[in-house]
Design a protein around this ligand. Structure first.
Ligand code: CP3
Length: 352
């Protein structure tokens, strides 16, 4: 595909471990409810209608780029489009969050529509990516993403968010074989989905293992890490075979501080960390092999401006300027003042 030349490649340089003039910064969930322009559109459309309409998804993806000096755009979508593609009914209820028709028994796995033809079921994401790439006019790179198998499995069994994930974790203890079967189905879908996104124009791919924090080292090594590894290997090979070349990949396993060594050796170029990990400790554990991404506490954005600047600068000093992508340690909250997002971005770029 012929896209406009990239003018700002800081994110991709940092992901590859190359020197940068300024530290690249983007914000997880930057396309979302803290922006009044997003809320205006969202009043008119259902959440998944917005995801499924490429012109709307592209518009929302670009909203934060028009407002701020960000170094990357992320495609507007959701991790739950994979369960949808498997035939699960998913709704996004305002002030509740996602509601899914839950898997209750291992036999329910047979109801899933497999294998998933991602081009047929999720082709709208590919279209949105291609359109967004054109609309960006090469200003910044475009990030594609997917949920990781364990995180998706947890939503599918819980039927939505949960404080404990006790239903999903019960499967890991009671039905380890059925759990692995489900994780394999999800892995196959995620691999095809990410390759489709790269072929459509995504320039970096991030895998969200947001529910890693509920697993300890043992469960993580059995039920999350093998699939995370497999996805990276298969997506990189698959991208090469569709002529996309070596696309950088990021793993963000929220709460998996116990597995930083394993994650840094799992094939990904970038490891995202949440705010509970000290940057210096993360560097020590990952041994300088990978680029790190993160990890400001999303609540730090509630600080008065001078304090926010100081927190940003302290974080950056600890990570260092190379092999680093500045971000929050998790998604931005809806009640954050957009003016504070600008203060954060500028403070990061001002670091010499
Ligand atoms: O980062 C971006 O700006 C791109 C878009 C994006 C969304 N969801 C849009 C969204 C991305 C990357 C996601 C990922 C996602 N979705 C994750 C992984 C990241 C994380 O936060 O851990 C997860 C776990 C989900 C599932 C999900 N989607 C939940 C739990 C919720 C409800 C809670 C919430 O934060 O709103 C959503 C809804 C959602 N996804 C919204 C947006 C803009 C708000 C929906 C609305 O307008 O009602």
């Amino acid at each position: 595909m012929n896209f406009p030349a990239l003018k700002n490649d800081r994110l991709l340089r940092a992901a590859r471990g190359e020197e940068v003039d300024k530290i690249p910064v983007w914000i997880m969930r930057q396309a979302g409810r803290y922006l009044p322009e997003f809320r205006d559109l969202r009043q008119k459309y259902d959440f998944f209608t917005m995801c499924q309409t490429p012109a709307l998804a592209a518009e929302v993806s670009i909203q934060p780029i028009q407002r701020f000096d960000l170094d990357a755009c992320i495609i507007f979508s959701d991790i739950l489009v994979i369960p949808q593609a498997l035939g699960v009914h998913v709704e996004m209820k305002p002030s509740v969050g996602p509601v899914l028709e839950p898997l209750v028994e291992p036999e329910d796995i047979t109801k899933l529509e497999v294998p998933v033809n991602v081009n047929e079921k999720l082709g709208y994401v590919a279209e949105a990516i291609t359109l967004t790439r054109h609309k960006l006019e090469g200003k910044v790179p475009l990030i594609g993403f997917s949920g990781a198998p364990w995180t998706l499995m947890a939503y599918m069994i819980e039927g939505g968010g949960s404080k404990t994930l006790s239903k999903a974790k019960a499967w890991l203890y009671k039905y380890p074989d059925a759990s692995k079967k489900l994780l394999t189905i999800l892995t196959d879908a995620v691999v095809d989905y990410m390759i489709m996104q790269a072929a459509a124009g995504a320039q970096l791919l991030q895998l969200f293992e947001s529910n890693a924090e509920y697993l300890g080292p043992d469960l993580f090594c059995k039920f999350a890490l093998p699939y995370i590894r497999d996805i990276c290997k298969r997506v990189k090979t698959g991208c090469a075979s569709v002529g996309v070349g070596n696309i950088p990949m990021t793993i963000f396993a929220k709460g998996a501080h116990y597995a930083l060594e394993e994650l840094s050796g799992s094939g990904y170029d970038v490891v995202g960390i949440d705010w509970t990990v000290d940057p210096t400790e993360a560097r020590n554990k990952t041994g300088g092999t990978v680029t790190l991404q993160g990890n400001l506490d999303p609540c730090a954005l509630y600080s008065p401006p001078e304090q926010l600047k100081r927190l940003a600068s302290e974080m950056v000093q600890k990570f260092g300027k190379t092999k680093y992508i500045a971000n929050l340690g998790h998604g931005i909250y809806p009640d954050v003042d957009p003016a504070h997002v600008k203060i954060l971005i500028d403070a990061i770029h001002d670091v010499k």
